[in-house]
Design a protein around this ligand. Structure first.
Ligand code: ATP
Length: 137
């Protein structure tokens, strides 16, 4: 089965929404194969968001993602990459559809609670970065 990487971001941890987010993935039928709380460093943020380093929104995004603990997950299940992206909803919480995590719980395009890998290739790159202790597939 495919795997994906999910980051439950510091806004979700601060707001006490870790259980809510995990519970949505579990109720959907996805399996948690790895999970840990992480204090993200600036260096890890830069590696994770390598494609965004030059964007105007990156400095505040870097400050946000390093602002407190996050919870990193590896999930598996049928079409897990696409399923998680659908469940997360559009990037901007103000535009995300009701029923999605962001649509139900966020009003921000930065503090949008979750990250999910955008492809199988990104998922394997991100799993190797965040969970070097896991076997590559
Ligand atoms: P993610 O990669 O976190 O799942 P995404 O793929 O929907 O989100 P990206 O375009 O990859 O969105 O942006 C990565 C993250 O950068 C977003 O989740 C959000 O936190 C932040 N971000 C993106 N665009 C903006 C913006 N215009 N203003 C502020 N923050 C932004």
């Amino acid at each position: 089965l495919p795997r994906t990487f999910v980051l439950i971001k510091p806004d979700a941890v601060r707001r006490g929404l870790v259980g809510e987010v995990l519970s949505r993935f579990e109720r959907k039928g996805l399996q948690i194969v790895a999970m840990k709380q992480v204090q993200v460093s600036g260096e890890l943020a830069d590696q994770h968001y390598a494609e965004h380093l030059e964007r105007d929104f990156y400095p505040p995004l870097r400050a946000f993602v390093t602002s407190g603990p996050s919870v990193a997950l590896v999930l598996t299940g049928d079409q897990v990459v696409e399923t998680v992206r659908l469940m997360n909803g559009a990037t901007d919480g103000r535009k995300a559809a009701p029923g999605t995590i962001r649509g139900d719980l966020s009003l921000s395009n930065r503090e949008n609670l979750v990250h999910g890998s955008d492809s199988a290739e990104s998922a394997e790159r991100e799993i190797a970065l965040w969970f070097p202790e896991l076997e590559p597939v």
